[in-house]
Structure formats: C-alpha cells, structure tokens
Design a protein around this ligand. Structure first.
Ligand SMILES: [Fe+2]
Ligand SMILES: [Fe+2]
Length: 238
C-alpha cells in the first residue's frame, strides 16, 4: 500500500462510503419514494452549505506559507458557483420542492461540526476538506441512482434531465475527482521542516486528524440519515 497520507485517508473514507453505498443501492427499489426524496433534501443542505464551508476554508488556509492550498480551494469554490441552484431546480423539475424540507437535527449538527473543522486550524481544514471532497464522489454516485429512481417512478425521463446533468458534471466530467486531486497534492506535502517565517507549515499530523474527524462526522450523519430513511414511513411534512 502507498505510504502517502492521502492514501491512508482514502482507505478510511472508502470503508465508510462503500458500506453506505452498498446498503443504499441494494435497497433502492424497495424504499419509498418519500424516503428517497427525503435523502435528496438532506444532502442538498450539505450541497447548499458547501460554498460557505469552502469560503471559510479559503480564508483559514491563507495562514499557510504555501499559498497553493487557498488558491485550490478558491478554484473549487468558483467551480461550485451555481451548482446548488441547479440541484434545486433539477429536483423541482421532477416534482421535489427543496423548500418543503423540514429541519432534521442530525443534519444541523453535521453542518456545524464540519464548519468547526474548516477553521481556524489550516492543516485540519485541509484534511477535512480533502475528506469531504473525496466523499463527494460517492455522494454523486449514490444520488445519481436515487434521482434516477425518483424520476422513473414519477414518469419523467432521466436522460436529458437537469438533475442527471447536475450529477454528470460532477462525475463524468470529473469535477469532484479534480477537487480531490487538487487537494491531495497538498495533503501529501509535509512542510513542517521548511523554515519559513511568512506563514504556517502544512502539518501532516493535523491534516490527518482533520480528515479522520471529518470522516467520523460524515459517518455519524449518514448513520442518522439511513436510520431515518429506513424507518418507514418518512414524512417530509411533519
Ligand atoms: Fe458542485
Ligand atoms: Fe467538490
């Protein structure tokens, strides 16, 4: 196995995302449309909050002597511009109004926990963002299938739909892989030995801790999402 820190983080990420993906994709056809729609609405909260989380990490990582991290996160943020509205409109086109969503405390807690990882420690922020950007690939893969299922059940054609396009941009066109790879270069860059007075070093121990903490909070969130989604019936209106 690779000794790279990014590979160690990927291993922890894959263990959790693989299990969630298996469970969801296996059960997709037997889950109610309400449960599937509810999952989409909860994930949308993360997609919507992501811009603010990235903005906070862009600022926080300016403390590094290495300017590339903040530049890469800004590139990521610019690329995400307009994606949350596309997700929202794409779902509205197939009969799901995100504005009908009722707050789910586990999601509120999750977003607060991720926000705490994005600042003020830049190495922790780098690790956390690397982990969440890596998980974004799995999220789009899972929601690609969930959205297809919702689409078909409601009599809409998935091919050519805005919501399919939204997922395609992130998967086929490699947006999320680009976000992961763009950060991996810095996750694997140990600058603690470099004597630079103009900023903080990238500290691998902190990067690792931030990434593992982010994976832990994603895992807790997904456990809560699955528990609720499998506990039929899910009501989005109460
Ligand atoms: Fe996006
Ligand atoms: Fe991303």
């Amino acid at each position: 196995m690779s000794d790279l820190l990014s590979a160690h983080i990927d291993e922890a990420n894959d263990a959790f995302t693989g299990a969630v993906k298996d469970k969801l994709l296996k059960s997709l056809s037997s889950m109610s449309t309400e449960s599937l729609e509810w999952l989409v609405m909860e994930w949308y909260q993360f997609s919507f909050a992501n811009a603010e989380l990235l903005r906070s990490a862009v600022e926080c990582t300016k403390k590094f002597a290495e300017p590339g991290v903040s530049v890469e996160l800004q590139r990521n943020l610019d690329e995400e511009d307009g994606h949350a509205p596309m997700n929202k409109q794409g779902m509205l086109n197939i009969g799901t109004d995100m504005d009908k969503r009722v707050e789910f405390p586990a999601t509120t807690m999750f977003l607060a926990n991720v926000a705490e990882l994005c600042a003020p420690n830049p190495s922790r922020a780098l690790g956390a963002l690397y982990a969440t950007e890596t998980a974004a690939i799995f999220e789009h893969e899972v929601f690609f299938e969930i959205c297809r299922e919702i689409c078909e059940r409601r009599g809409f054609t998935y091919e050519g739909s805005l919501i399919k396009r939204f997922h395609d941009i992130h998967l086929e066109e490699g947006v999320e892989q680009g976000h992961k790879d763009g950060l991996a270069a810095f996750v694997d860059l140990d600058t603690t030995g470099a004597d630079r007075a103009d900023g903080e070093p990238i500290d691998p121990a902190q990067v690792r801790a931030g990434a593992l903490d982010a994976i832990k909070v994603m895992q807790v969130w997904w456990d809560a999402l699955l528990e609720r989604a499998f506990a039929e019936p899910v009501s989005t209106g109460a």
